[in-house]
Design a protein around this ligand. Structure first.
Ligand code: ATP
Length: 223
């Protein structure tokens, strides 16, 4: 098999160190050359993102300048229609028939998997690498259909991520970072004190971009 292709999808509204260090920690732990960040254009799961796709993409491009092992893959923004992960993995599988595909998810996103479009197909296309996230106990409160996949597919031998194309659930411990885009957006609507509170939670270049374009100063229902 060729080297794995690893992706971390999200809304990145805005991108923060919780995402970036997650991706980079997994990259280093697994010895990967690169992890691709894949921003959703039209995410199926939520009300629309507050910032436009163009702004979220621009913030990501600034963010990765600080992380040489991370790249941005804009295909979900460039593609028409809902940003279903299964379609992205099908495209990647066609482009890289000999590479394992790794889908990186935080514990909260993992718990939501059964709500994803054609979620069981994800395991035919990729390995799922799940990392802990503060606030979500990974092995608890899983939907029964997800617990069944967890029990059947969970492996601790990471070599399987390199020697087989798809189908394993692998738990990768990383340092917990209690950072969320929702909390950052809430702080940024809170004037000076809120802006001071987000310093250190996201790259300075991303914060400068947010300031320059006045992205999150209004609550979502006022924009
Ligand atoms: P929100 O606060 O609106 O839920 P978010 O910060 O979770 O946003 P997303 O773009 O939804 O950002 O997250 C994309 C992926 O990154 C998901 O798999 C999510 O679990 C993971 N993730 C985000 N923040 C962290 C974090 N602090 N630690 C670990 N994983 C994270």
């Amino acid at each position: 098999m060729s080297a794995p292709i690893a992706i971390l999808g999200g809304t990145f509204d805005p991108v923060h160190y919780g995402h970036l260090r997650f991706a980079d920690d997994v990259r280093r732990a697994l010895g990967l050359a690169e992890v691709r960040l894949v921003p959703a254009g039209d995410p199926p799961h939520r009300g629309g993102p507050q910032a436009s796709a163009a702004h979220r993409l621009a913030m990501l491009r600034w963010a990765v300048t600080q992380f040489p092992g991370l790249a941005v893959d804009a295909r979900e923004i460039e593609r028409a229609g809902k940003s279903y992960t299964v379609l992205t993995l099908e495209e990647l599988r066609r482009e890289h028939p000999d590479s394992p595909l790794l889908l990186l998810v935080g514990a909260d996103a993992f718990h939501d998997l059964p709500t994803w479009h054609r979620w069981r197909d994800l395991f035919d296309l990729a390995h799922v690498v799940v990392v802990p996230r503060p606030g979500t106990a990974l092995a608890q409160d899983m939907a029964p259909e997800l617990a069944a996949e967890w029990n059947a597919r969970r492996r601790s031998d990471r070599n399987l991520l390199f020697s087989t194309p798809a189908g394993v659930i692998f738990e990768q411990p990383i340092e917990p970072r209690p950072i969320s885009a929702t909390a950052i957006r809430a702080s940024l609507t809170n004037d000076k004190a809120g802006r001071a509170a987000v310093i250190g939670l996201l790259p300075p270049a991303v914060l400068a971009y947010i300031d320059q374009h006045d992205l999150y100063s209004n609550p979502p229902d006022a924009t």
